[in-house]
Write a protein that binds this ligand. Structure first.
Ligand SMILES: [Zn+2]
Length: 144
């Protein structure tokens, strides 16, 4: 997102957030921008020089906010995956590699399982064509 200081032909200044510079240009050319005060569609960029510092700070704040929102969304998604796994799969703890192999070779009932595997075990499983997925588990996962 990018913030532009805009100005209509009646010298009303206002701010507009745009996805990027090209979006601003497109909306400007398409006459989609109008002054919130008088409704004039004759809108252009106002000189931003005196506000450059503030603008950059706002941009940084926006950036930080976006990163926080993204981190939050990732955590939520992981929590959902985890809840789904815990509900539908059997926890086998550190016997994961052993159980996954048994299921793969038909020595145990086919079912979803989850647990811990070392990186070496995971590589071996994948080499054997066993379908495993590594998930970054959240901190408060119950210890087994
Ligand atoms: Zn205006």
């Amino acid at each position: 997102m990018i913030l532009f200081q805009l100005k209509c032909d009646h010298d009303h200044e206002f701010e507009g957030w745009f996805k990027d510079s090209a979006t601003y240009e497109a909306q400007s050319l398409g006459g989609e921008l109008s002054c919130p005060l008088c409704g004039s569609v004759h809108v252009g960029k106002a000189l931003m020089a005196p506000r450059l510092r503030t603008g950059r700070q706002k941009e940084q704040a926006e950036q930080t906010q976006k990163q926080a929102a993204l981190a939050m969304a990732t955590q939520t998604a992981l929590a959902e995956i985890r809840a789904h796994v815990e509900k539908n799969c059997e926890h086998v703890g550190d016997k994961f590699a052993e159980e996954a192999r048994k299921i793969h070779y038909g020595e145990a009932d086919a079912r979803g399982i989850y647990g811990q595997a070392t990186p070496d075990e995971a590589v071996e499983l994948i080499d054997e064509g066993i379908d495993v997925h590594a998930l970054p588990w959240l901190e408060d996962h119950k210890k087994n």
